[in-house]
Ligand binder design. Structure first.
Ligand SMILES: [Fe+2]
Ligand SMILES: [Fe+2]
Length: 339
């Protein structure tokens, strides 16, 4: 169990066990990961050079179609005047980007652990490039939130629970499964939707660059795990399936904007219920799993028992979907071909 202490107002320490491995042989054993490492080195970008930070972001403009607002169509929403709707839009926008920021920090920490614990040189080298990617992502979301939006939200408790699960587990494969497959698979889908729906030029550009990196990260997870579980005993697979299911539930529950309702003084329970049932939000939450479920299936972690649970979550229909949109970024991400 994680031992947590507060060493300062914003520092939190987790106690985590980790096997740290040297690889003295320096052999190149994973050609595809070496290839991904080369691509990652060539695809590095510098936010000051490539992003239009001078953009004046108009926070009164909706950041996407109104139907995607979590309360859209409800009595509560219909009673709000124009100013209140604009305010709510700003709050949900800040909340969404704040959770991305916190997720990026989790990815930074988890991937640094992967550098330590993976057992081959090619994986260590590739993971090191991902650490740099995640540092850049933390930086750009932090900068956007603090210079363009002006305020942020703390980490959502469901997201925090999931990040803690990943960071305190001592097994290397759980880190890949939790971070590269689940969290980053979901992030890739969420970023794709943002990129499609927002007209704000800075956020559009930022999201495109981040997507290019995240596509490689998901490819890293799939390449690292895809043959691993096939050879594992049933008990190991069942445990991983339970972990995936728990992670999927936590990720679904994090999208109900609880902290926004609490802050704006709207009836929290009622608003969460509306967000659960809102058709736009239902579709949004389901699509987030569109890339995760096929990846889980490829890794042989979709037993009949898991299918039933995925059916209950409303995400089983994605099992035969194929990733086709990983090439959309301007940073040369080509990981679709590696999958
Ligand atoms: Fe990231
Ligand atoms: Fe990532």
């Amino acid at each position: 169990m994680a031992h947590q202490t507060l060493a300062g107002p914003s520092i939190e320490t987790l106690e985590a066990m980790l096997d740290v491995t040297y690889t003295w042989g320096y052999q190149e054993t994973r050609a595809k990961l070496r290839d991904l490492y080369d691509k990652a080195c060539r695809a590095q970008w510098i936010s000051d050079d490539v992003l239009p930070w001078e953009t004046d972001v108009d926070l009164d403009r909706p950041m996407g179609p109104e139907q995607l607002m979590p309360l859209f169509g409800s009595d509560i929403y219909n009673k709000l005047d124009k100013k209140e709707k604009e305010n709510l839009n700003r709050e949900t926008f800040s909340w969404t980007l704040s959770q991305f920021l916190h997720g990026e920090q989790g990815a930074l920490l988890a991937t640094a652990q992967i550098v330590d614990s993976v057992r081959d040189l090619d994986s260590k080298l590739y993971a090191a490039t991902q650490v740099v990617d995640e540092a850049r992502h933390v930086d750009v979301y932090n900068r956007y939130l603090h210079t363009k939006i002006g305020f942020s939200y703390p980490v959502n408790p469901h997201l925090k629970t999931l990040l803690d699960m990943i960071l305190t587990d001592s097994r290397w494969d759980m880190k890949f499964l939790g971070m590269q497959i689940m969290v980053e698979g979901l992030a890739l889908a969420a970023f794709g939707m943002i990129q499609k729906n927002t007209e704000e030029p800075l956020l559009r550009a930022l999201t495109s660059y981040v997507i290019g990196d995240e596509a490689r990260h998901v490819a890293f997870g799939v390449l690292s795990l895809r043959d691993y579980y096939r050879e594992q005993p049933e008990a190991v697979k069942r445990e991983r399936e339970d972990f995936v299911y728990e992670a999927a539930r936590l990720m679904r529950d994090r999208f109900l904007f609880q902290e926004v309702w609490e802050k704006t003084g709207l009836p929290t329970k009622e608003c969460m219920k509306i967000a659960v049932d809102n058709p736009g939000q239902v579709m949004f939450r389901q699509l987030l799993f569109a890339k995760i479920v096929p990846a889980i299936k490829k890794m042989d972690l979709l037993s009949d028992r898991q299918r039933v649970r995925f059916q209950e979550l409303g995400i089983l229909q994605f099992e035969n979907w194929v990733d086709t949109d990983l090439d959309q970024s301007p940073t040369g991400a080509t990981s679709a071909r590696l999958l």
